[in-house]
Design a protein around this ligand. Structure first.
Ligand SMILES: Nc1nc2c(ncn2[C@@H]2O[C@H](COP(=O)(O)OP(=O)(O)O)[C@@H](O)[C@H]2O)c(=O)[nH]1
Ligand SMILES: [Mg+2]
Length: 461
């Protein structure tokens, strides 16, 4: 195993941390550091300097590159499970490059993206799902994604998988028992209903995990919310109010917004992605028509639609919107309540709209924007996120779960149709393999699989 080094911090800070890991760590370090660290105790921090001419006892001041702190970790009690160290330097690009250069001169190699975490996995410090959680944790930008990553990193998903594995193994042994008694016909029937029962339970749990991926993905990318309505109802004004920024052009000229504009805000620790759209109306303007078509596309992609009105919508308009928002969470917004005359005369009376949440706002004056935000959050229907929550966020894990579900469905129909136990066992083994793929434990993983996972990491992690 090579000894690897990399800068672990983003450039531009006051400090920069260089990480080293591998069997030669302390030897290489001792060549460039003012103290001999080869006998250093684990989990200790050493003050000294990095210098260009390490062999001379007292360095000429011009040879000194930086005053640093070196943290020493010894195998197996380190992140990677190997001997490793972290050098805290000053954040100068010159210093950091120079230190890396010196380390490479003395035998280190530059780390690949995610190589530290990959080594942690290969040395049994964590399983693959936890390794992926490390990347999620670094990328987490709000409370929700942070909570999910922490839960996965702490192994809640892994233990759920091992519980499923135990149940699958129980099923396998029951099947074997059935095989042993296969000459007793009546015995088989009694056993099969119990087997079916267990298999069904496992299948339900796997399906629930697979379903959580949709939530996980949406939480990572932000809940898409489309802001739609006729021209001039105040869509762009509302977007700007929600973003607390003049992002979209607001004007009394009809058809000002022609392209979709999007940006995100966090509500209660969850990211929402708002899309301002061109107003829906009949137009002969070609460009505006393209914009309106994009509005329809935005509605298609949205999970939540904010439908803004500033006057009683016609029956045809209601018909059209309900049609387009069929599988969306629809929130009706009555805007411009600051205009007295309007709020007196206008109320939504159409009975087809009475079951949708309705919020009355003044986008211009910012009235009830907080109420609207809470209505949006409620519509998103986000499951309670606790420290124990298990939400799948990786496409790789999702595909393994789907494959497990498909193989388990074959087990179920095999059990139902009275297929012989050894054939059913074959499919069961496939389900076990699918689950093992998620954690990587007990599986031979090709370097291609590992590369696919770890190239998405930053260098230095
Ligand atoms: N009085 C009042 N005017 C508003 C309100 N919201 C928007 N407007 C005005 O309505 C016009 C159209 O607004 P805009 O946001 O561009 O509408 P859009 O076409 O739906 O994007 C502008 O002159 C806004 O100042 C509101 O709550 N009250
Ligand atoms: Mg607009």
């Amino acid at each position: 195993m090579d000894t690897i080094c990399a800068l672990a911090t983003a450039p531009g800070g006051a400090l920069g941390i260089i990480r080293i890991s591998g069997p030669q760590t302390l030897e290489i370090l001792s060549h460039v550091f003012s103290k001999d660290l080869t006998q250093a105790q684990p989990n200790t921090i050493h003050y000294g300097h990095i210098a260009d001419k390490p062999s001379s006892i007292s360095h000429h001041p011009s040879d000194i590159i930086d005053e640093v702190l070196v943290s020493v970790f010894r195998a197996p009690h380190s992140y990677t499970g190997e001997d490793s160290a972290e050098i805290s330097c000053h954040g100068s690009r010159y210093i950091l490059n120079k230190v890396l250069e010196l380390l490479i001169q003395h035998g280190c190699r530059m780390a690949n993206p995610g190589e530290y975490t990959q080594r942690a996995f290969l040395n049994g410090k964590m399983d693959l799902s936890q390794a992926e959680a490390v990347a999620d944790l670094i990328a987490s930008s709000n409370k929700a994604t942070h909570q999910i990553a922490i839960s996965q990193l702490r192994g809640h998903f892994s233990s759920e998988l091992s519980r499923l594995r135990e149940q699958l193994l129980k099923l396998t042994s029951l099947l074997e028992l059935e095989l042993d008694f296969s000459d007793h016909e009546d015995l088989e029937f009694a056993d099969r209903s119990e087997l079916l029962d267990i298999a069904n339970k496992i299948n339900n749990q796997i399906t629930a995990l697979a379903h959580s991926f949709e939530t996980g993905k949406t939480l990572k990318e932000g809940f898409p919310v489309a802001i739609v309505g006729r021209t001039n109802v105040g869509k762009s004004t509302l977007l700007n109010k929600l973003l607390r920024d003049d992002r979209a052009i607001v004007s009394p000229v009809h058809g000002t917004t022609r392209d979709t504009i999007e940006d995100t805000i966090d509500i209660n620790g969850v990211t929402f992605r708002f899309i301002d759209t061109a107003g829906i109306r009949q137009t002969t303007d070609e460009v505006e028509q393209i914009g309106i078509n994009r509005t329809y596309t935005a509605i298609g992609k949205a999970r939540i639609v904010l439908w803004i009105v500033d006057a009683e919508p016609t029956t045809e308009y209601i018909q059209e919107m309900l049609e387009r928002c069929k599988d969306k969470s629809l929130i009706i917004i009555r805007n411009k309540i600051d205009i007295q005359a309007m709020s007196d005369t206008f109320s939504i009376s159409n009975s087809r709209l009475k079951d949708f949440p309705t919020v009355e706002i003044s986008a211009k004056q910012g009235t009830n924007i907080d109420k609207l935000e809470q209505a949006i959050f409620a519509s998103a229907n986000i499951p309670e996120l606790s420290e124990q929550c298990i939400i799948v966020t990786s496409a790789r894990q999702y595909h393994s779960l789907v494959s497990a579900h498909n193989n388990l469905s074959r087990v179920l129909s095999g059990l139902e149709s009275g297929l012989s136990g050894d054939i059913v066992s074959e499919d069961l083994r496939l389900v076990l393999d699918d689950l093992a793929d998620i954690t990587g434990q007990g599986r031979i993983l090709t370097s291609e699989v590992l590369e696919n996972i770890f190239t998405h990491f930053c260098v230095g992690k």
